[in-house]
Structure formats: structure tokens, C-alpha cells
Design a protein around this ligand. Structure first.
Ligand code: FES
Length: 200
């Protein structure tokens, strides 16, 4: 892959959610946590790739070009070897989500239970436009204010309580489209769905 194509593939387009996440920075704390994760894979540093990527994404919200380069350096790998993993897994992202990221399950039980209606209602409430979303390469859409983002995901392993979704790391079961407003307001009490008040 050429240098320019590689640069393009590692670019992190700004989103309205970028302001909620710190820029990537190699801190002593990050080095310590990375070193601890590496101890779990003494035979093959490369096996620590997903743990390191998750660590960085958890701390900085997404995987920017400097972050991907840092992980590659930690593992003594070429940039392209990390990039191919980042671009393969939908759970790894290269641009910022919203402050509250909502994952809605779209697999069979949830789809039959109303997850598409739930997604439509969430977008309506938060002003999110999903028309440019691409299921694999660009699955996340962010609200204009940056407070919310949505993403369809596959089975979240609670098919009996469909439809289910996650808001950041919190799991919510049996969320119908009618309950979307309450869910949004519960996560962000200053946000009034009728007016979008609370959005900067
Ligand atoms: S189908 Fe939605 S949790 Fe399994």
C-alpha cells in the first residue's frame, strides 16, 4: 500500500463528538497499562493487538492515526498490519462517536421486536441523519451537537428481552420506540427531546 493511501486509511475525520474525547497522548499511565497487557502474551507480542486497541479506544474514544502508529510500534509491526485489524472489526472505530453512544441490536429477535423502529425514533429525537451510514465501513452517525451517536450492531446476547440496546457500557432491555425519549433523557437529564435544549 502506498504512503498516501496508508495515510488516507488511517485518517480520523472530525465528527461533532470529537470535542468530548481527549487527543491521543502517550502518558506514563498508558505505558504502564500497555506494559501490563503485554505481560499476558509473552510468546507473541502480536497477540496483544486487540487488548491494546481496546485500551486506547476506551481512553481516547477512537483510534486516531497517531494511536494506530503507537500500537504498531509497541508490537513491532508495520502500520498496515494494525490497520487491517482496525478496519476489520466493526467494534473498533477511527472517528469519534457522540458523548453517549447508542448501539441498537438489529439481529432477528430484536428486528422483529422493533429495533428498526427504535433506531428511527432515536435518530428523530437526537437529530441524527443515518443516510450516509455504511454498515461496515462507516456504521456510526453522530448528532449535530455531538452528544449522541447511534450504530446498528449484531446480537447483544439477550434475544429473549428484545429489543435491546447499549448506551456506552450500559445495557438496556425491552426498549421500545415509545421508550426512546425516556432513555435519552435518563442518560442526559439536561437534554429535552422536544426542543433539543441542552445541545451546545
Ligand atoms: S437478537 Fe438482539 S440480543 Fe440477540
Amino acid at each position: 500500500m502506498s504512503h498516501s493511501l496508508l495515510a488516507e486509511q488511517t485518517a480520523s475525520p472530525e465528527t461533532p463528538g470529537t470535542k468530548y474525547f481527549p487527543p491521543f497522548e502517550v502518558t506514563p499511565g498508558l505505558e504502564t497499562e500497555a506494559a501490563e497487557r503485554l505481560t499476558h502474551y509473552p510468546a507473541s507480542k502480536r497477540s496483544a493487538m486487540l487488548p491494546l486497541l481496546h485500551l486506547v479506544q476506551q481512553k481516547f474514544g477512537y483510534l486516531s492515526a497517531p494511536a494506530i502508529r503507537w500500537v504498531a510500534g509497541k508490537l513491532d509491526l508495520e502500520l498496515i498490519q494494525v490497520l487491517e485489524v482496525v478496519s476489520f472489526y466493526p467494534g473498533l472505530r477511527q472517528s469519534a462517536p457522540g458523548k453517549f453512544h447508542i448501539r441498537v441490536c438489529r439481529t432477528l429477535s430484536c428486528a422483529m421486536g422493533g429495533s428498526y423502529e427504535l433506531m428511527a425514533r432515536l435518530c428523530e429525537l437526537t437529530g441524527i441523519d443515518r443516510s450516509q451510514c455504511d454498515a461496515h465501513h462507516d456504521p456510526i452517525a453522530v448528532s449535530p451537537c455531538g452528544n449522541f451517536s447511534v450504530e446498528f450492531v449484531e446480537c447483544l446476547a439477550s434475544c429473549g428481552t428484545a429489543p435491546v440496546c447499549m448506551v456506552n457500557d450500559d445495557f438496556h432491555e425491552g426498549v421500545t420506540a415509545d421508550q426512546a425519549a425516556a432513555l435519552v433523557e435518563q442518560k442526559f437529564p439536561d437534554f429535552r427531546v422536544a426542543t433539543h435544549a441542552g445541545c451546545p
